[in-house]
Design a protein around this ligand. Sequence first.
Ligand code: ADP
Ligand code: MG
Length: 476
Amino acid sequence: MSKKHDGVWGACLKVIKDNISLQAFKTWFEPIVPVKLEDSVLTIQVPSHFFYEWLEENYIVLLKKVIQKELGPEGRLEYSIIMENNTTKSTPYTVKLPALNSKSLKNSPVSMPLNVNESQIRNPFIIPGLKKVNVDSNLNPSYSFDNFVEGDCNRLARASGYAVANKPGGTAFNPLLIYGGVGLGKTHLAHAIGISIKDQFPNKTVLYVGSEKFAHQFIDAIKNQTTNDFIHFYQMIDVLIIDDVQFFSGKEKTQDVFFHVFNHLHQNGKQIILTSDKPPVEMQGMEQRLLSRFKWGLSADLGAPDLETRMAILEKKMYGNGIELPKDVTEYLAYSINTNVREMEGALNTLLAQASLNKKAITLELAKQMVDKFVKNTAREVSIEYIQKVVCDYFDLPLEILKSKTRKREVVQARQISMYFSKKMTKSSLANIGAHCGGKDHATVLHACRTVTNLSETDKQFRAYLEDLEKKLTIQ
Ligand code: ADP
Ligand code: MG
């Protein structure tokens, strides 16, 4: 049985690729898996409900065209969505859409378990006049979408945040939970959503609050016997952003009150945005009923940014402040601080302060000293990326060539030297080092290290190269 659906979908992809940006294609179309083709109905599997909505919102016209081009006017598309955030149901389930040419597509009742809007519970305590109260949103204007650099590490989180911002309370991403490690942009993104909602919907009451502050307000309310006011205040918010909800862990009373606020807002179609340093499954000390609600919407993670994204963030930051740094300095910062954006920004600020206090020019040398002295918790070891960069610069070779298959002598040598230093100066495994050099296996890396050691013992010139490079790579 030849896989007909593969062929049809392959043909569709070709046309789609020509019509949208490569970035968009990679993000939204590469993850799709064609599943079957029956009676002119092509079923494609998408990784999440979010994906499905995004495709519907943004690519429906294009999809319709290509499907009908391939399958004729009868051509239809069905989505099979893999359930996410739900440990009990792991089997894919199918959303049947009437047809691509149906006008009612947008309104078609897709029975998602995520929709919980049936029971509108009116709170008898809400005083109508209270709605007019002007709530200070606590949003930091510099944490905007414009200032948030997009990269592979944050694409899904950013896109879902963007979708929520354009339709607060009106998507299936409610709550939207953004999670990720320290300093990776959770707070920034949460603000960006709030700012964008305020811009687009000035009548909506948006509130950003740290979970610590929420908890303290609640304790004060208990003390002052104003818990009702506390609850009412939160229940009238249209868009509630709570940062670092992991802080609620182990605080039963706070979780309890938050649970009620959450339910009220959710039932009334209000948007809830949460951030956390871990995904719901790993949150200890959190009540199950709250955790299950966190999983109702979408959990999107923020990963550590790759090198290009880190450079782009630094450049954006400098541009915003009207500063210019030598390129090698920016590169060095981005290379050597690779897990935490806040730390990288901190390094940049410290460097600028150092330079202006001591009236020194900002040089690579100064940057190295500064990173070494002032950046806390930064792994001292240089990265493989940095080693490769230094080696390539030294031999005046383009960086990409290390990852190519070229067997040219000078390239092989540079590649082997990079492997040698990677082995010597980082804790990376041989396999990982190989992967960084164009997918070589561990035996190749081992061989490279031996070759370099042997050569350094017999070839004076070669040894001099190594010594130069070692100096360049050592952070004093
Ligand atoms: P978190 O809340 O995850 O600990 P923050 O949102 O406070 O992290 O981010 C730390 C710093 O890094 C902030 O100054 C933020 O502006 C910056 N930052 C993080 N990610 C990005 C990004 N993608 N683009 C621009 N700046 C970023
Ligand atoms: Mg934060």
